[in-house]
Write a protein that binds this ligand. Structure first.
Ligand SMILES: [Zn+2]
Length: 397
């Protein structure tokens, strides 16, 4: 970024910015549509939808509109605002969904929507308003990808919900109906790109995206996640190290299950030792950065203890890989992140990293957890040895 004299507007907790906002073409393009707020997964004991009858106050489902309202407002009114441009997302057409999902599954969703409130699997509720929001999330992500493919800008962020990375070609899972990132990757392939890499840092395994590209070597899917294993019939793959793809795709799905509490240092070690060498070998033409703030220290749904510093660092690493291999092109896709305020802060920090800003724009309001990175580093080294032995592309990293 060119040094300049003007600074973004001040905000509570904001630190000094180091440069002037970029020209419009170099801004990070945020794709959003408030129609996605219409999805309401209801209330219950956490994400179960159940009322045991003896609690006066039930939780709002963790995947609720408020978490995303804060993401929108911190980007509009936080110190990162001058570095962003805003674009309205549009709904996907049903036929566009067939590039990733089976026609039978899409028909199943259409019928479920027509039937009214439907629980599709554990924690995953298709209520009135949900299907319209899901079509907007998919279409908005496709719009963000088109922005990059059409050469209108290198950096685009699809701020979408309901999330998508658990949705498989023929089934819903983990709050997800349509695989927004998977649809965007398929659009890039259909537009002539032959090598796309997906790096997923949501705290859960990006099993749906992995499933969609499990048999191809055109897409390298990498997921860093909490070691949670399978959580039932809707989530058959567990995210283990030995799930490395099949057929032509053998070696093109890389799972990095990390121990609880891995923290900023553990994640940075995993990025440097595992993700960067794999991306350098694969040499993608485009990066898809799948983000979830449920890997933060305060998330009710995760145990990974990342703070704003960790997210900022990961964002910077992604940007440097995109600069090295992809002419700086990164599509960022929003997934989970359930702490109502801290998720927004962590998103802000991630985008600061992707923008490669030298000094933090915003202080961390609550981070204080100590880390136990030594155990994580041992696990990362074990995964690396495993890749050396079983993934031909990575035998000498
Ligand atoms: Zn998640």
């Amino acid at each position: 970024m060119d040094p300049g004299t003007s600074s973004p507007p001040s905000a509570a907790g904001a630190t000094q910015a180091e440069g002037s906002p970029p020209q419009s073409g170099d801004k990070l393009a945020v794709f959003w549509n408030e129609g996605m707020l219409a999805h309401d997964a209801g209330r219950g004991v956490f994400d179960s939808g159940r009322d045991p009858g003896f609690l006066d106050v039930l939780d709002q489902h963790p995947e609720n509109a408020d978490r995303v309202r804060n993401m929108v407002s911190i980007l509009r009114r936080g110190p990162i605002a001058p570095f962003l441009s805003w674009h309205s997302g549009s709904p996907a057409h049903a036929t566009e969904l067939h590039s990733f999902h089976s026609a039978e599954y899409i028909e199943e969703l259409v019928q479920a929507n027509a039937a009214g409130a439907t629980k599709l699997c554990e924690g995953t509720f298709l209520n009135p308003g949900s299907w319209g929001a899901a079509l907007l999330a998919a279409g908005t992500t496709l719009d963000a990808m088109r922005h990059i493919l059409d050469g209108q800008g290198n950096l685009a962020y699809a701020l979408v919900r309901p999330p998508g990375h658990h949705a498989q070609p023929d089934r819903a899972d983990g709050y997800c109906f349509l695989n927004n990132a998977g649809l965007a990757v398929q659009l890039a392939l259909d537009s002539g790109r032959t090598k796309v890499a997906v790096v997923d840092i949501d705290v859960h395994y990006g099993n749906g995206t992995a499933e969609g590209f499990y048999h191809t070597d055109n897409v390298l899917t990498i997921s860093l996640h909490m070691w949670h294993g399978s959580w039932g019939p809707s989530h058959p793959r567990s995210g283990a190290v030995d799930e490395i793809g099949e057929g032509k795709g053998l070696g093109y799905n890389l799972n990095i299950p990390l121990p609880n509490g891995s923290g900023d240092a553990g994640y940075e070690y995993a990025m440097d030792r595992l993700v960067v060498p794999a991306i350098d070998k694969f040499q993608p033409q485009l990066l898809v950065f799948v983000i979830g703030q449920d890997s933060s220290a305060f998330d009710p749904n995760g145990r990974q203890c990342l703070t704003m510093d960790g997210y900022r660092k990961i964002g910077k690493i992604m940007r440097s890989m995109a600069n090295r291999h992809c002419n700086g092109q990164i599509l960022i896709v929003q997934e989970g992140g359930y702490h109502i305020s801290y998720s927004a802060y962590c998103l802000h920090a991630t985008l600061e990293g992707v923008l490669d800003l030298q000094a933090p724009l915003l202080d961390d309001p609550i981070a204080y957890y100590p880390e136990d990175e030594k155990y994580t580093m041992k696990v990362v080294d074990m995964i690396k040895n495993c890749w050396n032995e079983s993934v031909p592309l990575l035998k000498d990293i």
